[in-house]
Write a protein that binds this ligand. Structure first.
Ligand code: AVJ
Length: 327
């Protein structure tokens, strides 16, 4: 297994770096330059996102925590009214600090279920498998390290029960509405009648509140965006000078799209690997969408992707919703 390990691991990581490289080249070659937000999360990006979640201006984490701390009993009842023979799958489990409240409640219900946290980070999964059984004695944890849909397929083989799929944190906001519909349809295809999903959505609210959350005064969100340029420098042999880029966030209350850009502060050339890219003065690079929804729009998304809305849980300000849908 040592040989397998040393042979296979570098090969895999090289291949993943290959995909990263190709995605970056494609984004920088486009007429309107862009980079993909999924690449924000290297170790430094994880650390910066942790910092974002502690910002005064960044409300979604606190909102969803309030929902799960305060209403897990009600969410649990909604689940138990719908199915008693289920396992729980969490897509993008992270450190499970939110879902732990729901898991505790489900354990109290004396239902015998397995918790399958899915994450693309192997570290995250190893950590959860160690810490969760200590925090919640009696919880059966089976970590799944890999891509969401591949892992969902594996869970369907392992579990002969209904699935309760958690997709918390508002991560669905990183999809455009069209992509979100595709994602939900694909999710629905992996599920069966009797299964449930619980998806966290950041809701439309005063536009200034939203803009401030992605344009914090201390500049952590700017660093979070610039870190992707540094990551390209580190991993792909780039030479971005991050002092020559500004961060620009916009929110359109009409569409609910909150978008981030980096703006080139001068005419410059940037090298990535052996390729050169020209930036004009004030040319922008599109970095991320954080889509905001009304509850009518989440209902519509459910229906359009083959789910039925069952119950919605809000924080006290109705800034965020955890939506329970059935298949
Ligand atoms: C991890 C996608 C939920 O969109 O609010 C935070 C990422 N980007 N600040 C979000 C993010 C800038 C975050 N999600």
């Amino acid at each position: 297994t040592t040989v397998m390990h040393t042979l296979l691991v570098p090969e895999k990581s090289q291949d993943q770096q290959g995909v990263f490289y190709q995605d970056v080249i494609r984004g920088l070659s486009a007429k309107n330059k862009f980079l993909e937000a999924k690449y924000f999360y290297d170790a430094e990006g994880d650390r910066l996102f942790q910092q974002i979640m502690q910002l005064q201006e960044y409300y979604p984490t606190a909102c969803e925590m309030e929902i799960l701390q305060g209403q897990s009993a009600a969410i649990c009842k909604t689940i138990l009214d719908s199915t008693t023979h289920f396992d729980v799958v969490e897509l993008g489990a992270g450190d499970a600090t939110k879902s732990i409240h729901l898991l505790r409640e489900l354990l109290k219900g004396k239902t015998d279920f397995t918790y399958y946290p899915v994450d693309i980070s192997g570290n995250v999964i190893a950590q959860l498998e160690r810490s969760l059984p200590q925090q919640l004695p009696g919880l059966r944890v089976q970590g799944m390290h890999g891509e969401y849909f591949e892992m969902l397929r594996e869970v369907s083989i392992l579990s002969g029960r209904n699935k309760v799929v958690l997709c918390l944190g508002g991560n669905i906001g990183n999809f455009t509405p069209t992509e979100a519909r595709q994602f939900c349809r694909q999710l629905r295809n992996y599920l069966q009648p009797g299964d449930l999903v619980i998806i966290g959505f950041d809701l439309k609210k005063h536009p200034q509140v939203i803009l401030n959350a992605y344009n914090d005064r201390s500049g952590v969100t700017k660093e979070f965006n610039l870190n992707l340029l540094r990551r390209i420098n580190r991993e792909l042999g780039g030479n971005f000078d991050t002092s020559k880029f500004d961060h620009y966030a916009t929110y359109d209350p009409g569409t609910g799209a909150c978008k981030s850009y980096l703006v080139s502060l001068e005419v410059q050339q940037v090298k990535v690997g052996n390729k050169l890219f020209e930036f004009g003065l004030h040319e922008t690079m599109y970095m991320e969408i954080s889509q905001k929804y009304s509850i009518e729009e989440t209902d519509c998304l459910a229906t359009q992707s083959g789910f039925g809305p069952l119950a919605d849980f809000y924080d006290s300000r109705s800034w965020f919703a955890d939506c329970v849908w059935h298949c």
